[in-house]
Design a binder for this molecule. Sequence first.
Ligand SMILES: Nc1ncnc2c1ncn2[C@@H]1O[C@H](COP(=O)(O)OP(=O)(O)OP(=O)(O)O)[C@@H](O)[C@H]1O
Ligand SMILES: [Mg+2]
Length: 404
Amino acid sequence: MGVASGMRVLCSDQTLQEQRRAAEYNARQQAPVVNPITGEMAGGVPEPKTATRRPPSVLVSCVWMRMAVRAQSSSRAPLCAEDGEDPVSSARHLMNRYKVLKTLGDGTYGSVLKAQNKQTNEWVAIKRMKQKYYSWDECMKLREIASLRKLIHPNIVKLKEVIRENDELHLVFEFMEANLYEFMKSRVRAIPESKVRNIMFQTMQAMNYVHKHGYFHRDMKPENLLVSGETVKLADFGLAREIRARPPFTEYVSTRWYRAPEVLLRSSIYNSPLDIWACGGIMAELYTLRPLFPGASESDQLYKICSVLGTPTTVSWPEGFKLAAQLGYRFPQFVPTRLETLVPQANADGIQLMQAMMQWDPNRRHSATKILHHPFFEADALNETAPVRMRDNVEGESDSAEMQ
Ligand SMILES: Nc1ncnc2c1ncn2[C@@H]1O[C@H](COP(=O)(O)OP(=O)(O)OP(=O)(O)O)[C@@H](O)[C@H]1O
Ligand SMILES: [Mg+2]
């Protein structure tokens, strides 16, 4: 199979995070005997090379500037310097304004620092981009900034400030205690279902808002969901894309374990359902504290999906067969494994919801709106507290803005 060798690769595959996690899970993971695509041993197909997803920088005159993001800015309002401040001179005070405590993590695109605002004592997370930025225009084109300026929601991490200093770009976010992967790793016992429900409800609120506002995230994974106390917020919009953007999408996205089958099979018209697929995998992981599809390579990824969902048919996913044929790929033959046996901690509604999210055919996956109305999110017979519905923030109850 041609593994799209010449394709521009924008995935955050094989990040340090994933490599670390893979090492942790490898001991428990059973590799398939044969690679279903090439017939080699699994892992034999090289992963697409990870390339930077940032545009190449253009050398222009260097200026010092500091801009503040207006929380309530309309989608058309330009980013502007805070009132009464000289953006050029104030820029020099980044490190005077924030006291850096420690590094929270090194991502593909930069490092994230925990810092404190010296004036307000407020904790923040500062994402320092690796790439140099020589103009504001260049910065403003960044997907993470462009999308987060528009996406203001209680379950989406707040971008408080954008600072460019010495051609280095810093994104200042509200601080969150941990990411969801760290949260799961710290658990000794299973997460109670009421908590799984609450985390998923907040995640789907964010997802619904993102999709309704014309974006899809494209890198849903536990590391990109942040938690503080009972609150969950979606982060890392570095790969976010506008739904209305016209296909074909030549970018190959998302982290392998959470990558939807249509992306694995190189569909160029994937859309918001790819996020829903990833959320299904995240939900299963919340129950079991292990990734549902920890593929060691792309072919192994498809193999593992087939072994759980069963081989798709030309009826259940006609488009998938076309994509597979274009790649010369043959699905390995499997009967479905009962999800109940893989995720025994989940109740019947939870199982049904995960199945609805992880359909082979993206058109058959539930939309985020539909998921929020699933019986799983109602208080159950044990009279558990149902997750709080932030109705005010669930905009556009119809499915019209969501492309399926
Ligand atoms: N606001 C925040 N508060 C606390 N921690 C954060 C915050 N933002 C990011 N982090 C931590 O930093 C990590 C990397 O952040 P982020 O995903 O935004 O960067 P990235 O460079 O795109 O990473 P990657 O490509 O590896 O996903 C997160 O997984 C999280 O652990
Ligand atoms: Mg990330």
